[in-house]
Design a protein around this ligand. Structure first.
Ligand SMILES: [Zn+2]
Length: 489
């Protein structure tokens, strides 16, 4: 990826389509199991194999999970909503149509017109949710290759008919970074309400993005759809690449083609995979084998009452209860595991502001650089609390704490153990620091007399020399105080 950023002349416009595998035990329209990893074609029946005459029956649990999402996102939930057939031919789709929901006014999807606030950014921004709808997954093609050539392909129908929910945003996102933050926030919400495991690398959360460029205020430009992004970080990287690719085309006066492009994680590029169909090519029409979903007010009220604290509310609670800045509160609630980590750490070390500063600062920097989530590191709340207590007690300097933190994240080592093993404890012993100061003053008579002459910056130089001599381990406050005393005596 090039370092060059998109010029101000263009505005990036991004909309996301997020496919979420719902946490149900059985499939969308039959009783087959959804468990991952079973031998191929062992979880199938006439319905999910698309055999003629087999009739689908809607999974109530899947509708309820869709409903939880729609309510949590503040969507308008429609009293009756309808399934549709999306017609296309592909070997992993034996019926030749996918049962899904489309955006017809008279046959609406489960929920429409919601929003989610993006806060871990410079200013809060509401991202519109166009719709939340339910659909079924397709089967999976397994290609058997030899020397890079496909010999034949096999089809596993275990995944066919697995319940999916699609969340479609309005094109309200204005940078690849915003897209990453939004997806993280949505994932955190879906985890909090028990709808999804949120594991992108396992495919239980998949994100496609529509990207276009325009001059600010102008009509939307031609968009491309980017697929195959398997982590939050790859979403940001892929969109940054794609925005830049489009910018170069437009700068050369060449048109952007409406197409689907795949992200290649290893090469760091998107490549064209097929020309995008128009919606009319799918010939959507209401599914005649299914009655509309009826969602009464009572069901919606029950769902609303059963929702746990949502990330937005959690963020506001942290901001007021722990006196965190909007930025810090947004960051520590940006994923459910991070929020749980924050609260657990505060349980061991009550200075919440300090905990948030470390999580938003050095911990976040490490996670970004490594492309990891907090739960994928070896750091425990207890160990982070211990590290902060060592700083408070003056046993180690903040600098030393910052130095050992990455190792704690990587290996799960305890701060006390690392400090003891490496002799990193801060020197707070007056006699020990005093003798180093005496040597420094003797070695640098010039700056010492400059200080006597009123040049206070000479003190800064001498403090620096003491810190260098002790490899940063001398207690800085003690060094300052002793040095002044000795110079003035
Ligand atoms: Zn089945």
């Amino acid at each position: 990826m090039s370092e060059r950023t998109t010029a101000i002349a263009y505005e990036v416009v991004i909309g996301l389509e997020i496919h979420v595998q719902l946490l149900t035990d059985s499939k969308m329209f039959c009783e087959c199991a959804t468990a991952f990893g079973a031998p191929p074609n062992t979880q199938t029946c006439p319905v999910c194999l698309g055999l003629p005459g087999a009739l689908p029956v809607i999974n109530r649990k899947a509708v309820e999970l869709g409903l939880r999402t729609a309510v949590a996102l503040g969507c308008r939930v429609h009293g009756t909503s309808q399934f549709h057939r999306k017609n296309y031919y592909y070997p992993d789709l034996p019926k030749n149509y996918q049962i899904t929901q489309y955006e017809y006014k008279i046959h609406p999807p489960l929920g429409t017109k919601g929003s989610l606030e993006l806060t871990a950014d410079t200013s809060p921004r509401r991202i519109g949710i166009r719709r939340v709808h339910l659909e079924e997954d397709t089967g999976k093609l397994v290609h058997v290759e030899q020397h890079g050539q496909i010999l034949h392909s096999l089809i596993d129908f275990n995944r066919s008919g697995v319940p999916l929910m699609e969340v479609v945003t309005e094109p309200d996102l204005r940078s690849p970074e915003q897209a990453r933050l939004f997806l993280g926030r949505l994932r955190s919400l879906l985890q909090a309400i028990g709808v999804s495991s949120g594991r992108m690398e396992e495919g239980s959360l998949r994100c496609d993005a529509n990207v276009s460029l325009r001059r600010p205020g102008a009509e939307l430009g031609i968009r491309t759809e980017v697929k195959n992004m398997n982590s939050l970080r790859s979403v940001e990287r892929a969109l940054a690449f794609e925005a830049q690719r489009q910018e170069q085309l437009l700068d050369r006066g060449q048109p952007v083609g409406q197409e689907t492009r795949h992200w290649d994680e290893r090469r760091g590029v998107t490549f064209s995979s097929r020309t995008k169909e128009e919606a009319q090519d799918y010939r959507y029409f209401p599914e005649p084998d299914l009655v509309p979903i009826a969602v009464g007010k009572q069901w919606i009220d029950e769902v609303r009452a059963s929702l746990p604290e949502l990330p937005d509310a959690r963020r506001q609670r942290y901001a007021s209860a722990y006196r965190l800045s909007p930025y810090d509160a947004g960051l520590v609630t940006s994923s459910m595991p991070l929020a749980i980590f924050f609260e657990a750490t505060v349980g061991h070390y009550p200075q919440a502001k300090t905990v948030a500063n470390w999580l938003a600062g050095d911990v976040a920097a490490y996670l970004n650089a490594e492309g990891l989530e907090i739960e994928e590191t070896a750091l425990t709340p207890n160990h982070l609390a211990e590290l902060l207590r060592l700083v408070d007690a003056g046993t180690i300097s903040i600098r030393t704490a910052k130095e050992i933190l990455p190792e704690m994240l990587r290996t799960g080592a305890s701060a006390e153990q690392l400090v003891a093993d490496r002799g990193l404890a801060q020197i707070s012993d007056t006699a020990a620091v005093g003798s180093v100061i005496d040597r420094i003053i003797a070695e640098h008579p010039g700056p010492a007399s400059d200080f006597h002459g009123g040049k206070t910056q000479a003190l800064t130089f001498l403090v620096g020399q003491v810190m260098k001599k002790t490899r940063g381990r001398a207690n800085p406050e003690l060094v300052n105080r002793l040095l002044r005393e000795k110079l003035q005596s």
